[in-house]
Write a protein that binds this ligand. Structure first.
Ligand code: ATP
Ligand code: MG
Length: 216
């Protein structure tokens, strides 16, 4: 994936990465990515659907191709949003560090990489592969509903990786309770999912009969 340098920033670019299962992608993901784009001056946000997520039961997840296509449909209308196949084209679970290494390109100066993730997930960063290198390579945007605090997390961070606080920022997103699980449940129950996900994604789910049975 090649991105044009931003002439307004001396050729540097800021890339936001948003990892997830995206089964399916929904308005919560999109609103979050757009807010992060604006607040952190990101030139691009790349959605990275997971291949075989290490923490979820493989059988219960839609095929990577479905998740990739739904994500592509969802980002179509935003010129700053893209989708990467980097993780779904791997046959084995991939780690955040591999994806971040890929996008930071090992170039000097390389693109500035921002990894967007749930604030809950960031609490577990100390269990992630090569987390010290991760904190050196990218800045984390930890998203949460308003009122969440990272104070305790910062204390742990100070103990494990001193001087890394600037690498983790909290981004408050006005309460958006929608989740992929909520959408799948509604489809299984025959309830409407209009406005919870972009219309092309809704149509895709219908066309391919996704989530109709509760086997997910
Ligand atoms: P599931 O219900 O299957 O767990 P999900 O809605 O949590 O799905 P994921 O694909 O697991 O979606 O999440 C991708 C990323 O988006 C994660 O970092 C997660 O914290 C974040 N995220 C999920 N839902 C929201 C939301 N409503 N608002 C902001 N961020 C969200
Ligand atoms: Mg989730």
């Amino acid at each position: 994936m090649l991105f044009n340098a931003n002439p307004n920033k001396g050729g540097n670019i800021n890339i936001g990465l948003m990892g997830g299962t995206f089964d399916p992608i929904h308005m919560g993901h999109l609103v979050t990515a757009e807010e992060a784009r604006q607040q952190f001056d990101l030139d691009y946000v790349v959605f990275v659907p997971a291949g075989i997520p290490p923490h979820k039961d493989e059988k219960s997840i839609s095929l990577p191709e479905h998740r990739y296509l739904m994500t592509s449909l969802a980002v179509m209308s935003n010129p700053s949003f893209f989708v990467s196949r980097i993780e779904i084209d791997q046959n084995e679970p991939t780690y955040t560090i591999d994806t971040v290494r890929h996008f930071s390109c090992g170039k000097e100066p390389g693109p500035e990489v921002f990894f967007i993730t749930g604030a809950d997930a960031i609490l577990e960063i100390f269990t992630w592969k090569d987390y010290e290198e991760l904190l050196r390579l990218c800045t984390f945007i930890a998203v949460s509903r308003p009122g969440y605090s990272l104070d305790q997390f910062y204390e742990s961070l100070d103990r494990s990786c001193p001087d890394m606080r600037h690498r983790v920022h909290l981004l408050e997103i006005p309460a958006l309770a929608v989740s992929s699980t909520f959408i799948r449940e509604r489809v299984t129950l025959g309830k409407t999912i209009k406005y919870l996900t972009p219309e092309p994604v809704e149509q895709y789910i219908k066309k391919h009969g996704l989530y109709r049975s509760s086997a997910w």
